[in-house]
Design a protein around this ligand. Structure first.
Ligand SMILES: [Zn+2]
Ligand SMILES: [Zn+2]
Length: 279
């Protein structure tokens, strides 16, 4: 967040006077002690109805707003820019203009980067958004693949997480949020990799699903119980199977925010299967 900005109108690369009555009009209602009968004070304090404030100094050739608050103060700054055609120059950010035609009037060093916001859209919030540092969206690494639970992020069993895994200690960008069945395993904090590789299951003799319905080969059973993210249910549901293989879990059907059935699909014949969450 920048805490200082400069408001200046440029003509031919040089500061040109802003309309002084407009400055008085716009800033008088938030000027502590009010405006003098004519002209502008050398420096003055602003205090807005929402509690925000700013120090102002300068004159019609350029006003500096120091330690300004967002909210109503920034709304006044935006209004002043709209009424006077001045550029908003936040410290360390590109200049904000209300017309692309003003770009050629800027000092050359500011021209290329300047941002144009139509006057009707130039509000205090627009200024705030332009000067707030935008957090870089963190790119998360790919998840290991789970043949029986193809999209554990969509089902809510794995969520983004910025912290170390309780098992491997690495920051994988993801954490498992489903059930862990083991006597002394942590309830949370296991990364999906430690589930996929079987390390969490081995370390704590844990499973992530309580049971499998139907007969499947032992390696399928092991994969579903010990190497596949489980899912939270009101009653511990069993993993469904079909055509001699475990089915893939797709998610739950909710009614009024409460899961009513768990959906699976056969990996062999693609038949949809569901187990009701009856209470
Ligand atoms: Zn891990
Ligand atoms: Zn099938």
């Amino acid at each position: 967040m920048s805490y200082s900005l400069y408001l200046c109108r440029f003509v031919g690369g040089q500061p040109a006077p802003m309309d002084e009555p407009a400055i008085r009009d716009v800033l008088a209602p938030v000027t502590v002690g009010g405006m003098p009968p004519t002209g502008l004070p050398d420096s003055w304090e602003l205090q807005a109805g929402d509690g925000g404030g700013s120090e102002v100094y300068g004159d019609a050739l350029g006003l500096t707003f120091n330690r300004f608050s967002t909210g109503q103060i920034l709304d006044r700054v935006a209004e002043l820019a709209r009424r006077t055609g001045a550029a908003v120059l936040p410290l360390g950010c590109p200049a904000i203009l209300t017309s692309d035609a003003d770009r050629r009037h800027l000092p050359e060093s500011l021209r290329a980067e300047a941002v144009v916001v139509a006057p009707e859209a130039l509000t205090g919030l627009a200024v705030q958004l332009l000067i707030s540092p935008q957090p870089e969206p963190r790119r998360r690494p790919a998840l290991p693949s789970f043949p029986y639970h193809p999209n554990p992020v969509a089902t809510g069993s794995v969520t983004p997480y910025d912290g170390p895994c309780a098992c491997c200690g690495q920051e994988r960008g993801w954490v498992y949020t489903g059930p862990v069945y083991a006597t002394d395993a942590p309830d949370s904090g296991i990364c999906p990799h430690c589930i996929a590789f079987g390390t969490a299951a081995e370390r704590w003799d844990a499973t992530f699903t309580e049971g499998v319905e139907g007969a499947v080969p032992p390696d399928v059973l092991t994969t579903i119980l010990r190497r596949t993210p489980g899912f939270l249910a009101r009653r511990s549901p069993t993993w469904l199977t079909h055509c001699g293989d475990g089915a893939e879990f797709l998610g739950s059907l909710d009614k009024d925010g409460r899961p009513t059935a768990y959906l699976f699909r056969c990996r062999v014949c693609a038949t949809s299967l569901s187990s009701a969450d009856s209470t």
